[in-house]
Ligand binder design. Structure first.
Ligand SMILES: Nc1ncnc2c1ncn2[C@@H]1O[C@H](COP(=O)(O)OP(=O)(O)OP(=O)(O)O)[C@@H](O)[C@H]1O
Ligand SMILES: [Mg+2]
Length: 227
């Protein structure tokens, strides 16, 4: 993993470059986090390493908890490179949802309902295992090919951490709600289905998490109204 010269740069985000290649014959991505230029160099190195460590740890913890995530093949702390199982032809939940919303036929609506229930039950499982994702958006959920089989994987755990706190879990849900409704406007009913399934499947502190969630949501709305 020292030398990425045989890897092809695939995506370049704000904090990470994603390369495609192979690792002992397996298709892999290498996610390399790099320091942001405008941050203080020392602080920056720490932040980059913290996110790298969180991501590696959370991916492994998810695996142990039976939550679908790409397998970690290799993690290099010095270069902040993470070598992960790659799913060729996968789609982000974001693109999948937008496509099905546009089609708006019975089959698409049925698939969307199923996907909402699936996301809800999987987030409940994350939280039952005290895993806070930290950046739940529909770009950080991917569906393996064929997409309509709804084989859902969680990715992008750089802001993830371990916590038992119902409040932390409720904020994780609130981040998802905000991201969901701004990425897919007018989908309140779909998100409500996700939330119902979450509360239904959640086996620990469901009531407390729900109460906190409505509280956090109300605070969020007040903040918006006050400006
Ligand atoms: N294992 C994978 N298999 C297939 N595609 C993937 C995989 N991991 C990531 N991707 C694709 O690459 C995109 C970026 O990956 P990821 O979300 O991990 O990084 P990022 O968003 O750049 O990170 P950050 O949020 O820190 O900037 C995803 O939205 C997805 O489309
Ligand atoms: Mg991402």
């Amino acid at each position: 993993m020292e030398n990425l010269s045989e890897f092809e740069l695939w995506k370049q985000g704000a904090e990470a470059k994603v390369y495609l290649g192979d690792f002992f014959g397996q298709p892999v991505i290498v996610k390399e986090r790099f320091p942001k230029k405008y941050r203080h160099p020392a602080l920056d190195q720490n932040l980059t390493q913290d996110r790298f460590k969180s991501e590696a740890r959370m991916l492994v913890r998810c695996k142990a908890a039976g939550i679908k995530t790409p397998t970690v093949y290799y993690a290099d702390y010095i270069s902040c490179r993470l070598c992960l199982e790659y799913f060729p032809g996968s789609a982000t939940a974001k693109d999948f949802i937008n496509e099905k919303l546009l089609m708006n036929d019975e089959r698409s609506r049925d698939l969307l309902n199923k996907l909402m229930a699936l996301i809800g039950s999987n987030v409940a499982r994350l939280h039952d295992n005290d895993i806070i994702h930290g950046d739940l958006t529909t770009s950080n959920l991917i569906l393996r090919e064929p997409h309509d089989d709804l084989d859902l994987y969680f990715i992008d755990f750089g802001l993830g951490y371990v916590s038992k706190s119902p409040e932390d879990k409720s904020v994780d849900l609130y981040v998802l709600e905000r991201a969901f409704l701004s990425t897919h406007p007018g989908t309140e009913e779909l998100f409500a289905l996700l939330l119902r399934t979450y509360l239904d499947k959640s086996t620990r502190d469901g009531k407390e998490i729900a109460a906190k969630f409505y509280e956090v949501r109300l605070r969020g709305r007040k903040r918006v109204m006050i400006g």
